[in-house]
Ligand binder design. Structure first.
Ligand SMILES: Nc1ncnc2c1ncn2[C@@H]1O[C@H](COP(=O)(O)OP(=O)(O)O)[C@@H](O)[C@H]1O
Ligand SMILES: [Mg+2]
Ligand SMILES: [Zn+2]
Length: 466
């Protein structure tokens, strides 16, 4: 079975609020408290704290990093097993050019969903809301926003606004008071920093965790030592209040992990797969309605599948199918130039017509009433711009006669547009699109069919009824 990660993003537009300390230590506490749960961490920042903390051996410049992940490398190739059993992806200083690729907000969610990473993924972000941070926010089952003071609380509103703009449920977002100095006391009901921050947060409609993290000189000292290492709180600051607070937060997170049936990555992936399946279904449905024969020569196409060079569709979509290249160009050669097959110039003229018609869309619009009986023939560029318009008289057509010059045209119009009692369906028309004879069905795939659909709509609007 495919596995999906539960994703936790640590984010704040403010630097120095304790994001990286929270992200890295949370990874270690999660792993320590749930040994068999895979935990993977990476950062979009370029300070290499994660590398310094989790690297088992000296930095290997060639091993893949976050940049490789974002360029589409498989998770299995980029996640390394690190210290304390935590998986990590090496940081990168080269994420500047990635922003171009990350135009969509859900790219990272898709990457994580397809990565096969299981357990928990923790993403440490830069102090900004660039497209990478946004991707990390939308991918998260939990967003922890450290706030240490009023300015950092002030800044949260941008994260909440992002979710509002995109209409995304904000239930994943929660503030966490960090770097709380317990020596600071106030008079009145807001007796200390964390109570004050929480009160203001709640007042603004932000969810705030019950836990918080105190400011501790011991914790602060963990990244300043002669070895140039960064030590974890779990192993090097066990005696502090912060240790207990991390245990609380970790327990809280494990509870949500246990009660989350479908993670964001899983939900998004399921949605993507459904969308794909729908596309496939519509494609199959489109294939089903196709005419069995080439409506010009009457040959069963399954028996003579070569030279299916055109796709036609009527304005009411009730008749659709493929036509032979030769049939279409012969038909137009006669219709536009009045030439019959035994004319000496026929072959040369047909080659000319074929050249034009394989690079444009033809619109065949019969104009028939008691006074006139003719075909309004038009050619359009693939962009929908009209290139040519020609009126073709159709003697005897309304009387149901065939005509040696126009017999192919009459056949096509009658077959495609026939209504009741020998007359054509009122105000109906058909258009003929060139397709790749090597793979004519490709025209019915979602993307190419969309452009046909657009052109059909455009024609319907451009046509002036008689
Ligand atoms: N609980 C804490 N007590 C004391 N100092 C802390 C604590 N958490 C983080 N720090 C220190 O605060 C500074 C900023 O922390 P950091 O995690 O790098 O924040 P950010 O990632 O938001 O920039 C670092 O020097 C770090 O050692
Ligand atoms: Mg940081
Ligand atoms: Zn044919």
């Amino acid at each position: 079975m495919h596995s999906y990660p539960y994703t936790i993003t640590i984010s704040s537009e403010k630097g120095g609020v304790g994001k990286t300390t929270l992200a890295t230590n949370l990874a270690i506490y999660l792993k320590a408290m749930r040994e068999n749960l895979p935990v993977t961490i990476f950062s979009f920042d370029n300070h290499f704290t994660i590398d310094k903390m989790f690297e088992l051996k000296k930095r290997d410049e060639d091993s893949p990093d976050v940049h490789a992940l974002l360029m589409g490398a498989k998770a299995g190739e980029v996640v390394q097993t690190g210290q304390y059993g935590v998986g990590f992806i090496r940081s990168s200083t080269e994420l500047g050019d990635i922003h171009e690729r990350f135009k969509g907000p859900m790219t990272l969610t898709r990457m994580l969903a397809e990565s096969g990473i299981s357990g928990i993924v923790i993403i440490d972000t830069r102090p900004d809301l660039n497209i990478l941070t946004q991707n990390a926010l939308y991918a998260a089952d939990r967003v922890l926003i450290p706030v240490k003071d009023l300015p950092s609380l002030e800044n949260c509103k941008n994260i909440f606004a992002l979710f509002d703009q995109r209409g995304i449920d904000k239930k994943s977002l929660a503030l966490l008071p960090c770097l709380i100095d317990s020596r600071i006391k106030f008079e009145g009901i807001f007796k200390d920093q964390k109570t004050l921050l929480r009160a203001i947060a709640v007042n603004r409609g932000y969810r705030c965790l019950d836990s918080y993290i105190s400011k501790s000189p011991k914790v602060e000292s963990l990244n300043t030592n002669p070895e140039g290492k960064i030590y974890p709180i779990l192993t090097h600051a066990r005696g502090t209040e912060v240790h207990g607070q991390f245990m609380d937060i970790t327990r809280d997170i494990l509870r949500s992990v246990d009660t989350t049936k479908e993670t964001r990555a899983c939900l998004y992936h399921t949605w993507l797969l459904e969308k794909e399946a729908n596309k496939k279904e519509s494609y199959l449905a489109r294939l089903e309605g196709l005419a069995e024969r080439c409506l010009i020569c009457g040959t069963v196409l399954a028996e003579h599948p070569d030279d299916r060079s055109f796709y036609f569709e009527t304005s009411d979509r009730s008749s659709r199918g493929f036509l032979h290249g030769n049939c279409v160009s012969s038909m137009l050669c006669s219709a536009l130039y009045g030439l019959q097959e035994n004319d000496p110039t026929f072959v040369a003229a047909r080659a000319l017509v074929a050249d034009k018609v394989t690079r444009s869309v033809s619109l065949l619009l019969p104009r028939i009433d008691s006074e006139i009986c003719r075909l309004d023939y038009r050619q359009f560029s693939m962009a929908g711009e009209q290139l040519l318009q020609k009126n073709v008289e159709m003697p005897g057509f309304d009387a149901g006669e065939l005509n040696t010059v126009h017999d192919r045209l009459y056949l096509l119009l009658n077959e495609a547009l026939a209504g009741f009692e020998g007359s054509l369906r009122k105000e109906s028309w058909l258009s003929v699109y060139p397709v790749d004879p090597g793979n004519p069905e490709a025209v019915l795939h979602e993307e190419s069919y969309k452009s046909i659909h657009r052109l059909q709509k455009h024609f319907a609007e451009a046509i002036v009824p008689i």
